[in-house]
Design a protein around this ligand. Structure first.
Ligand SMILES: Cc1cc2nc3c(=O)[nH]c(=O)nc-3n(C[C@H](O)[C@H](O)[C@H](O)COP(=O)(O)OP(=O)(O)OC[C@H]3O[C@@H](n4cnc5c(N)ncnc54)[C@H](O)[C@@H]3O)c2cc1C
Length: 369
């Protein structure tokens, strides 16, 4: 029987923990999640998971088969949760996704992977103040995940399966984990988000410069909308910043969030109020359905980016002044796709965990993650 420590209680750490407990419940004696921030914390802009949109619209390039697989698995799982477990906060919505005609068609459109697919009419593009000779629109069924509802549900499932969660001060480095828990864990899951580089710096200093923040900013409004809207490349008339786009997602618990931006290497938590006003103006220009907007909050948060993309892999590190080794599976650096890839990623984490835990009690593909 093994002892597992998961560091990080964002969507990556929670999904990994849940998957491990489901697949290796008979082999795990103790699974403890350690994190500076846990679900219910709404004060840290560098704890990304509470602040996500969060919808599914895969960012994977057509030739990135690994990421496509993760996003596919998650789409299927979210379908099941939306239809059978409304308490998870996963809800089906139509997404109207609008792109420049010159942009490559996303893989899930090419393959008609997403359900209820159709093109938006030219009349609708004109209604949305967009030129149909320049823009193409797609509509399909996807999801909004209410982050806090979803994470609370996951914590209760993890506890039901015997897992524990402990909030503590930020850990200096992964080598400190045995001292903190008072034993040498058989397996550590590293799901430390934007701090993963620092967390590994003793053993892999090169990761420090690979992991970087991608700042986002969001406006919250009371008004509801019956669909999601994303415009990737805004028209010149909107005068957008180079890292700006439009997304508007209704939330399962009411109201909508409006964004957005992806600004790399900005660690600040400041909200640019002028930019928030611009988000709302642009949103109204392309969403005539929203006759009025009542803003009740704006916030900024950091997505965990990584050069080379998300790291899901296995490492062994020899502890200084000891013969003991840490056995580690990583799950960090997913950037803006932490929710929409979460089930695929956690299955990969579980597959790698078999190096330490042995074979799981059921096949990964048939598990109900
Ligand atoms: C505005 C915005 C909109 C987004 N929209 C979407 C969307 O629509 N769909 C989607 O899929 N994704 C979206 N995302 C991205 C998504 O939020 C992230 O990909 C995801 O939250 C990353 O989760 P994580 O668990 O990897 O990191 P985090 O949520 O940041 O969790 C990291 C955890 O590690 C802990 N930790 C880190 N270092 C240490 C340490 N040294 N010691 C102890 N604890 C530590 C933290 O306390 C925390 O618990 C959005 C993000 C933003 C900002």
């Amino acid at each position: 029987m093994s002892k597992v420590v998961v560091v990080g209680a964002g969507i990556s750490g929670l999904s990994s923990a849940y998957s491990l407990l489901q697949l290796y419940g008979d082999k795990i004696k103790d699974l403890t999640i350690l994190a500076r921030d846990i679900p219910g914390t709404f004060t840290s802009h560098d704890y990304t998971s509470p602040w996500a949109g969060a919808n599914w619209h895969s960012f994977a390039d057509s030739d990135d088969l690994e990421q496509i697989k993760r996003d596919r698995i998650t789409y299927e799982r979210l379908t099941e949760l939306a239809r059978t477990k409304p308490e998870t906060g996963v809800k089906e919505y139509k997404l109207k996704l609008i792109k420049k005609r010159a942009a490559p068609e996303p893989w899930y459109i090419q393959e008609r992977f997403v359900r209820d697919f159709k093109y938006l009419s030219d009349e609708e593009l004109v209604y949305r103040n967009l030129d149909p000779s320049e823009y193409v629109g797609y509509e399909f069924t996807t999801f909004t995940i209410t982050p806090s509802t979803y994470k609370f549900w996951m914590v209760s499932e993890i506890k039901r399966l015997g897992g524990k969660i402990r909030q503590l001060a930020k850990i200096d480095g992964i080598e400190s984990v045995p001292d903190i828990v008072g034993f040498l864990p058989d397996l550590i899951i590293n799901a430390t988000g934007v701090y993963a580089g620092q967390f590994l710096s003793t053993f892999e200093p090169s990761e420090v410069e690979k992991v970087f923040p991608v700042k986002g900013q969001i406006v919250q409004i009371y008004e509801d909308l019956p669909f999601q809207l994303v415009i990737d490349d805004l028209p010149k008339d909107d005068n957008p910043l180079s890292y700006q786009f439009l997304n508007i997602f209704p939330r399962g618990d009411g109201g909508c969030i409006i964004g957005g931006m992806m600004k790399k290497n900005d660690w600040t938590n400041t909200v640019d109020e002028k930019l928030s006003e611009r988000f709302v103006e642009i949103c109204k220009r392309h969403t005539p359905e929203l006759k009025s907007t009542t803003v009740y909050n704006s916030y900024a948060a950091l997505r965990p980016g990584r050069k080379g993309g998300v790291r899901v892999g296995y490492s062994e590190y020899k502890l200084p002044n000891s013969n003991a080794k840490l056995h580690v599976v990583h799950n960090y650096g997913i950037g803006g796709a932490g929710y929409q890839a979460s089930h695929g990623l956690s299955l990969e984490v579980s597959a790698l965990a078999s190096k330490v835990l042995g074979q799981p009690k059921c096949r990964y593909g048939s598990s109900k993650l």
